[in-house]
Design a protein around this ligand. Structure first.
Ligand SMILES: [Zn+2]
Length: 401
């Protein structure tokens, strides 16, 4: 049985740095020729503030001193790597991108390998789509046999970029003649190409599942991507072949979020004091960003590069005493007890469980059952969004696929 953390504090951080300092906020500097977007997944605004205070000579401290820090930045709702990243790359929330989580249910698609006679299937844009998730190249990327199918289009496979409902900033940049590059953790991140499938010139998606599940392994995995960014700054492609410096490029760091959730990691108190593994991960991300800054400087590109350091989502409660670990199978079991196979799909991540029902006319009954005190207490349910309260956050679930 898998476990999840309940009650997360979700706060992103956004630090925008450029050599043109404050003027940038009012009017973009004509000197800016390229944008480097860095997501340190999991990093809270408080982590940045604490690190800058305790490490005054760090890269993040130096960048903070010359850049603008947006302390009220917030991730998408719901948030995880996909909706959080897409909010930055498309400007859209899950209601407009159609991407609710890494995992969701699509009422218009059919299961992989099926004949499309049955409509409605899970869609999970994880490394489950890889040919081999234990290899850094995923055994050659996405296995088309594992993709959901579109019955409306002759039962053809739906790639992640086909699923996205809006265009991405990469498509905009590329159609304006800029070279684009992005680096992320699974081949399924080809979604950032946008619906055209062609937004990113140089997409590099080393599979995170190939790395060891400890802080050292995650740092080594991040180093692969940092080297690819350095190559791109040096006018090469991610692998080191001759190319040109992208106009829009970036990567995500994964070791900080890993160190936040690993049992020996996280925070030592409610004021956000990092544990040793977490501090190591933040420090390493800081030094890695320092290498990028040095490479830009060495090529005389720093003054014309806008660097954005942000976190596309948070990962962990700062105060672990307030976290409650809940068995994610409790909620679907409670629902299926009302009516056999009433749950079409249940996906728990972070502090939210998303539930799709096979019979949507039962929604009200299910919602009322879940808030009954005994059930709410058992499954640690704080709030159930359905009907009008859900429609305030997303599209009408009885019409949106
Ligand atoms: Zn992430």
């Amino acid at each position: 049985m898998s476990k999840r953390v309940f009650l997360l504090l979700v706060t992103g951080v956004c630090l925008v740095i450029s050599s043109s300092k404050i003027q940038l906020k009012a009017q973009p500097s004509p000197k800016i020729r390229r944008v480097l977007l860095i997501s340190v997944d999991g990093l809270h605004a408080l982590d940045l503030a604490n690190f800058v205070r305790t490490h005054p000579h760090s890269t993040l401290a130096q960048l903070s001193a010359s850049g603008i820090t947006y302390t009220q930045a917030s991730t998408s709702r719901p948030s995880n790597s996909f909706p959080g990243l897409l909010s930055m790359l498309t400007g859209g929330s899950p209601a407009s991108t159609g991407v609710w989580y890494e995992g969701a249910y699509a009422r218009s698609l059919s299961a992989p390998g099926s004949s499309c006679k049955t409509i409605g299937t899970e869609v999970i844009w994880s490394n489950a789509l890889d040919k081999n998730k234990k290899l850094v190249d995923a055994g050659g990327g996405i296995d088309p046999a594992k993709l959901p199918l579109d019955p409306g289009k002759g039962c053809i496979p739906v790639y992640p970029h086909n699923f996205l409902k809006v265009n991405t900033i990469f498509e905009v940049a590329r159609s304006n003649g800029m070279r684009t590059a992005w680096i992320d953790k699974h081949p399924s991140y080809e979604m950032v190409n946008g619906p055209s499938g062609k937004g990113v010139d140089d997409l590099y998606t080393p599979e995170i599942g190939s790395s060891t599940r400890d802080v050292k392994g995650q740092i080594a995995y991040d180093d692969l991507k940092v080297q690819a960014i350095i190559n791109e700054i040096n006018g090469l492609d991610h692998a080191g072949k001759p190319s040109t410096v992208p106009g829009l490029f970036g990567m995500t760091f994964q070791s900080v979020r890993f160190a936040q959730v690993t049992p020996a990691g996280g925070y030592t108190d409610a004021s956000g004091m990092p544990s040793e593994p977490l501090l190591e991960a933040i420090d390493h991300a800081d030094q890695s960003i320092g290498k990028m800054v040095s490479a830009l400087k060495a090529r005389n590109l720093l003054d014309s590069t806008l660097i954005i350091v942000t976190a596309k989502h948070a990962q962990a409660p700062i105060d672990r005493n307030k976290a409650r670990i809940v068995d994610e199978s409790i909620i679907p079991k409670l629902i299926d007890r009302m009516q056999n196979k009433l749950v079409a799909f249940s996906y728990a991540d972070g502090n939210i469980t998303s539930i799709w029902l096979t019979d949507q006319s039962q929604t009200e009954k299910v919602a009322r059952m879940l808030v009954e005190p005994a059930n709410a207490s058992l499954a640690a349910i704080q709030n159930v969004l359905w009907g009008e309260s859900l429609k305030l956050m997303t599209n009408n679930p009885s019409r949106d696929t």
